[in-house]
Design a protein around this ligand. Sequence first.
Ligand code: BG6
Length: 501
Amino acid sequence: MDAIADRAFRPETVPERTPVPPFDLVIFGASGDLALRKLFPALAQRNQEGVLPPESRVLAVVRKDEDMAGLPKQIAARLKDEGLASDQIEGFLRRLTMVQADALKPETYKALKTALGDSERVRSFYLSTPPDLFIPICRHLAKADILTPTSRVILEKPIGRDLASAREINDAVAAILPESRTYRIDHYLGKETVQNLLVLRFANTLFERSWSSRDIDNIQITVAETVGLETRAGYYDKAGHLRDMVQNHVLQLLCLFAIEPPNTLEADAVHDEKVRVLKALRPIVGPDVQRHTVRGQYGPGQSDGQRVRGYAEELGHASNTETFVAIRCELDTWRWAGVPIYLRTGKRMAQRYSEIAVTFKPVPHSIFGSGPGCDRLDANRLVIRLQPNDGVQLQLMMKVPGSGKLKIVPRQLDLRYETAFDVRTPDAYERLLTDVIRGDQTLFMRRDEVEQAWTWIDPILAGWQEYSPQPHRYAAGSWGPSQAIGLIERDGRSWADPEIS
Ligand code: BG6
């Protein structure tokens, strides 16, 4: 094997970037689903890797008595499920300080102040709470004089429920902390494959040259889940899928896919370019909302081979909240003019996968004639699979070997992460939490990004209220309502099938 190939296939270890400074991370909403499923496991993983300095602490703010004793046990059970050894679990729990407090009461902050002491450690406050608590918590932190000159606050998406409420939150937080210490988290930006989008485009001349309406026919972004409402009825039924997934995750994917090359990976350079993409999204307003969008809600059906209830049954009452969204949109820029972008995301769909499928234009003229075997030249297709089985797949037309009649068929160049790299793929929160402490904002959302995204989303919400207050039904375990198929078929196209299993 030559030197380059040898280097490419050797197991690699990922070098740590700048070391994580000593910190105190305070988690509000520590007994919630997100903290238990994602935040504690991510921190424990980083602890196990020796990335967290020994004197650093995690302070878990919980409201109920029973959580004071119960949460550490729940965390331990969760870490065990994640495969951590008992000494690692104990090591992580030793970093944990439990604080019992109600985030809306001033006394809370006295207890927190005492727990924090007057250390020089970087203080980060993770607000893993509904967005209506963001402003009161920040104000209490300021009033209680807990914020040091390096303190930072982490806000979980969605920021608000429309442009007005997002602005209100952003204004109130800005009165307390500068933008440079406000981290708006969208965990999709911490996913390895999402970061790889920038590398794919800007570390390879091959794709960048054809990344435009000149060569691309259409773009499809799918984020399909098989899970239903889970335990989040209170939040999800008020938010709906457009706010929960499209305003943030799906639009962030679109931004990274479509941006102009930033000069560097420095946070503001990337944010500036993302904002330009969001500003270029053609507004979907008034009656166009009916034409260019589809909202759906799952009914009973089958998921992963099991019979499952419909959304309304899970909820216990009828609801007009959407659990599926499909949108046809366009970017009004020189690069992307005329390229339709189809977005599709939903719960209880047939298969769990997220990907960006790019279909290139067909060859302008076939030199192979129109006889059987060479009458159909499929357009090249690039699939960037985000999860599961992350990787990149490129569909090319190939000649079937043999000396008989010429036969041309599509075949795939298939680059999977798991085979290309012999390293563990970290969870998105592992990367993002340590980025906060290091002070790197590149993979977070700047205020204007969030507000620009709402500027595009709000008219869709208004249009739905006016023209389609009731979502279309789809069976759990299907690909969404038939109207979503109609949305793309109207353009003479179809949704890409998931080609990576
Ligand atoms: C969250 C949404 O942000 O992302 C959830 O609130 C969704 O509704 C989740 O299930 C999906 O994340 P992932 O990483 O599993 O694709």
